[in-house]
Design a protein around this ligand. Structure first.
Ligand code: SF4
Ligand code: SF4
Length: 418
């Protein structure tokens, strides 16, 4: 631990120096003032929709489950993104920019330029795509985003096509191959990984997609599919249908989730006093630079706080702290649910899905491991939050992951479990 703390101080002072060079803080006339200014800076990740549309209409997503409202259409201008990045780095420490939230980034005709703007500012740029389209794999890889996530929910068309509605899994697989080749050709360091959205009905196809991703050298990070947007989750939680009523299809989606939503939300209420990570650590913008209350909210007519370039970050945070929707959301513990931080969820998942699937994916072990990580994370937040930065937390997580992997290998060799 002493080594980690010493390393922490070394890395923190190096980071402060790098950041000071990048940011050029305003109103700071001496080094001491500049250091004080940087210490006070908060850390944020930005989620920026660079268009208003998606090419699919998945039933778990507002792009597919809301017919009465569409996001405004258009594309973010590179100049606007550059201005946003400049303002963001002058008022907070930006640890990453996701060029996506409710929309498909590969629809943007000038995506490589946008990636260059983010990466050029020394900020990791992250993409997430359904990969049914891949306009110019070489230009994207040459721009060198830090990560590229491919979202899927099956290996065969029958399974994939119901949850990624309008998508074609054969096209996705072809595009995965093209992307892997482009990464190699361009010598890109981009971390490409597949996120498999887990429902009750698609777990048997997960190992096939994992193998396919492995063969291409991609990472694999499955997640439990959730229902979106937050407006619908809250309507389900407290029955107060203010915006978008739940449809019959929404109830079918809810039944296909790998956990009983009603019970999970009931458990989430026990954690209503926990802070909201999406509010304290993330900022969401649409393609026009308007700030949305958070990344879980869909209705920009109702929940836009104003244009980011015209609002100081402190003002944005004050508006969010006092927002009526946040009060309602936290009362229901929905903010904890959205970030997968309801501890009872793991047990509920094991009680919901088939025993065969639990064994196939070794889910008992996976869920135990996640709990351990969450506990350690909570402890480190409580004890060392002022000393340990994001990088050190990542190192700690890697150490835990490695220990866990060694444990799993030992278990497999002792008990012959696959
Ligand atoms: S889940 Fe993703 S791919 Fe599906 S409609 Fe929403 S944004 Fe598009
Ligand atoms: S409290 Fe709820 S509505 Fe408010 S920012 Fe967090 S997740 Fe969004």
């Amino acid at each position: 631990m002493e080594i980690i703390i010493k390393q922490t101080f070394r890395l923190k002072s190096r980071r402060k120096k790098e950041h000071a060079e990048q940011v050029q803080p305003r109103d700071c006339s001496s080094d001491l003032e500049a250091n004080t200014y940087l210490r006070k800076m908060h850390t944020f990740i930005f989620d920026i929709d660079i268009s208003g549309a998606c090419n699919l209409h998945c039933p778990c997503c507002p792009q597919g489950n809301i017919e009465t409202y569409r996001l405004p259409h258009g594309f973010m201008e590179p100049e606007l993104l550059a201005s946003i990045v400049r303002k963001a780095t002058s008022e907070c420490r930006v640890t990453g920019i996701n060029l996506f939230n409710w929309t498909e980034p590969l629809l943007h005709p000038r995506l490589p330029e946008l990636i260059h703007i983010v990466q050029g500012a020394g900020i990791p740029c992250h993409l997430s795509s359904n990969l049914n389209i891949l306009p110019d794999a070489d230009a994207i890889m040459a721009a060198g985003p830090a990560s590229f996530k491919i979202s899927v929910s099956g290996f065969t068309q029958d399974v994939y096509g119901t949850t990624h509605r309008g998508g074609n899994i054969a096209r996705v697989k072809n595009n995965m191959v093209t992307l892997a080749e482009a990464k190699k050709r361009n010598g890109a360091a981009t971390r490409i990984f597949v996120t498999y959205h887990r429902y009750r009905h698609n777990l048997k196809e997960e190992p096939m997609m994992r193998d396919f991703a492995d063969r291409l050298g991609f990472g694999f990070d499955p997640v439990w599919a959730l229902m979106f947007p937050l407006e619908k989750v809250l309507a389900y939680a407290d029955g107060d249908i203010q915006d978008f009523p739940l449809t019959e299809e929404d109830h079918t989606v809810i039944d296909s989730l790998a956990f009983p939503l009603k019970n999970t939300l009931a458990a989430a209420r026990n954690y209503q006093n926990q802070p909201c990570r999406l509010r304290d650590r993330q900022v969401s913008l649409d393609f026009q630079g308007n700030v949305l209350l958070c990344c879980g909210i869909f209705d920009a007519r109702e929940f836009s706080l104003g244009n980011y370039l015209a609002l100081p970050l402190d003002t944005i945070q004050k508006l969010r702290q006092n927002h009526r929707m946040c009060k309602r959301c936290m009362k229901n513990g929905a903010h904890v649910f959205l970030t997968y931080c309801v501890p009872e969820m793991g047990r509920q998942i094991l009680d919901t899905i088939d025993g065969d699937d639990i064994s196939l994916l070794d889910l008992r072990h996976e869920i135990r491991h996640k709990h351990l990580c969450q506990r350690i994370n909570t402890m480190s937040q409580a004890c060392f939050s002022s000393m340990i930065g994001d990088r050190q937390k990542a190192v700690l997580k890697t150490v835990i992951d490695q220990m866990d992997r060694i444990g799993a290998v030992a278990k497999r060799s002792l008990f012959g479990k696959k």
